[in-house]
Design a protein around this ligand. Structure first.
Ligand SMILES: [Zn+2]
Length: 95
């Protein structure tokens, strides 16, 4: 599960774009919005308002997790369960 280099959000693999630079670094972009902001518009991801909002929400969610369950393993299990739910939903849609 790659993490977008611009908005710092995780996204599922088949989506987005991975840009491998000549110096070996890999840039992940979850959407064309992030890609254009980073490469074409050359914006600083710390100065873009829609990323700040997303970061704040993620930080609050992580903070809530640490209060309830301090172990990182619990978070990993939850993420796996979320993935299963998504696949199950897709299967139901096909039927
Ligand atoms: Zn992004």
């Amino acid at each position: 599960m790659p993490r977008c280099t611009f908005c710092k959000q995780n996204y599922e693999f088949p989506y987005g774009l991975s840009l491998i630079l000549n110096d070996g670094n890999i840039m992940y972009f979850c959407s064309s919005k992030c890609r254009k902001n980073a490469l074409n518009l050359k914006r600083d991801n710390k100065k873009v308002n829609w990323i700040r909002k997303a970061d704040a929400g993620e930080a609050e969610a992580l903070h809530a997790h640490t209060i309830k369950e301090p172990k990182k393993e619990a978070e990993k299990i939850e993420k796996k369960e979320e993935g299963h739910k998504k696949t199950e939903e897709k299967k139901e849609e096909k039927k």
